[in-house]
Design a protein around this ligand. Structure first.
Ligand code: UDX
Length: 472
């Protein structure tokens, strides 16, 4: 018989920057509403984060209601980079993760937790086995989707064999979605066989979704209305996004300093100082997120497009990608040095929120897309792989908050002239202004959804009150 009145959730994040970021923000929202949170990811990720940020404790979670724990992915020293392939990493992680998650829940159930054991496991949809573990312990399970509902819907259709692979149609019509050409589907389908490990992960996400008590999606109703309505007929779906730090959504919360955590070193001051003396909306911010990167040839085309554009630019080229930058004297060119800043990582939200930033050349990872949308920054989409391909389609054609560079079919890259045309259109034309205004519309809708009484806020309230009832 339970006697407690505070619910505890174990939040299990997949060990990747683009997955842990939204789950930390969601954890913070729950903690703010009185839920106790145990935030868990693979030890390999915590280790890397602490080493790269010279941080030896877990204070980076910024909330007394949140504490962190870890499970093992089988590669405590190095994570997926230490495995010989993603397939092997996945197989090991699924086995070791399952066991170490069970051990952890057992420890939390009997341990010294002020009579406050775990009531619900909120887990990243990439790890459906976490739901089986939760059910073995007889506790609630909520799947957390880090990607948009449109993409979840596509993967669910593949799982149900409703999309035949390899793709044979030129166009696909899925319920609640705009028609997509084959090459607008996520790369793991369009380039079937390219990454079998990731293919298995993304298409296996919803294999046991019928057992979940909630499906929590990092999106908001107004953004994906039709596909959300469709999925709500078959899943216990609740939209709870956008999961970005509340200080960026609500001016009254500016004091709630939260720069998130990162596995990369970042020099916050240098980036912001560089932006500070640039004119309003004059800088192109360029980033391809934490995992993928353009090819060497594509990097070169982009580098020249930025240089020829003569606009200011801040370009994140991760340490592991720097060898793709043009060789020779390009990097020493004084015109380039005067106009551009190339960094290995930056405080992206602070950069996007800075007045000097005029547009965002982005790979369209879901977090970057939501962040740009919430901060009203128009995008130039240069997707690389995965869900980014579909996200880019929505950015340009559905939400009208960006342009998209076209890839030259013969050369397999977007040529510098094409990128340059997009930059000019966005930074110098009336069409760019229209897109910018539309981005501001999305910014307001995003903010409304998480404000008191907004669509996502209501769903979070409902989730919290059901948890509290269960825990009582
Ligand atoms: C991955 C997938 O690639 C993406 O498609 C999926 O939707 C989520 O998982 P990632 O490629 O890292 O994510 O991109 P994204 O989703 O945009 O997440 C990157 C995060 O890192 C963002 O929150 C962004 O703000 C942050 N970031 C990125 C920084 O803080 N600084 C940087 O310099 C670059």
């Amino acid at each position: 018989m339970k006697t407690k009145d505070v619910a505890r959730c174990l939040v299990l994040a997949y060990p990747a920057q683009g997955h842990i970021n939204p789950m930390i923000q969601f954890s913070k929202r729950l903690a703010h509403k009185g839920i106790n949170i145990t935030l868990v990811t693979a030890l390999s990720f915590w280790n890397q984060t602490k080493t790269n940020n010279n941080n030896n404790d877990n204070n980076f979670l910024f909330s007394p209601n949140i504490h962190s724990e870890s499970i093992s992915d089988g590669y405590d020293d190095g994570g997926h980079l230490a495995a010989s392939s993603i397939e092997i990493y996945k197989d090991t992680f699924w086995k070791v993760g399952r066991k170490t998650l069970s051990d952890l829940i057992r420890k939390l159930m009997v341990g010294n937790y002020n009579n406050n054991p775990v009531d619900c496991v909120i887990y990243d949809s990439f790890m459906p086995w976490a739901l089986d573990v939760a059910k073995e312990f007889g506790i609630l399970g909520a799947v957390f989707c880090t990607q948009p509902c449109a993409v979840n819907n596509i993967y669910f259709h593949v799982h149900k064999n409703l999309i035949e692979l390899p793709l044979s149609e030129s166009e696909y019509s899925l319920p609640g979605m705009v028609k997509l050409l084959a090459h607008e589907l996520p790369s793991f389908l369009y380039e079937y066989g390219s990454y079998p490990g990731y293919f298995d992960i993304v298409t296996g996400q919803f294999s046991n979704v019928h057992k979940a008590d909630w499906v929590l999606a990092n999106t908001f109703y107004e953004l994906e209305q039709e596909v959300i309505e469709w999925l709500s007929k078959i899943w216990p779906l609740n939209t709870i996004g956008p999961c970005i730090p509340s200080m960026y959504l609500d001016e009254r919360l500016q004091e709630d300093k939260d720069y998130g955590i990162s596995i990369h070193n970042q020099n916050i001051d240098a980036c912001i100082k560089w932006l500070n003396d640039k004119p309003k909306s004059s800088v192109i911010y360029v980033s391809f997120g934490s995992m993928a990167g353009p090819t060497e040839k594509q990097t070169e085309e982009l580098a020249y497009a930025l240089k020829i554009s003569n606009h200011y630019f801040m370009w994140v080229v991760r340490a592991s990608e720097q060898n793709k930058l043009p060789k020779g004297t390009f990097m020493e060119d004084s015109a380039l040095l005067e106009k551009g800043l190339i960094v290995t990582w930056c405080p992206q939200l602070q950069v996007l929120t800075h007045d000097a930033v005029g547009c965002f050349i982005s790979h369209c990872g879901w977090n970057s897309t939501l962040e740009a949308l919430c901060l009203g920054v128009p995008m130039i989409a240069m997707p690389v792989w995965s869900d980014q391909i579909t996200n880019a389609k929505y950015v340009k054609d559905v939400w009208n908050m960006g342009l998209k560079v076209v890839v030259d079919e013969v050369e397999g890259v977007a040529k510098r002239e094409t990128i340059l045309d997009c930059i000019k259109e966005m930074m110098e034309s009336e069409k760019g202004n229209e897109i910018r205004e539309n981005a501001m519309k999305w910014k307001n809708l995003a903010k409304d959804s998480v404000d008191e009484g907004g669509s996502s806020d209501k769903n979070i309230e409902e989730f919290v009150s059901k948890l509290a009832q269960y825990a009582a």
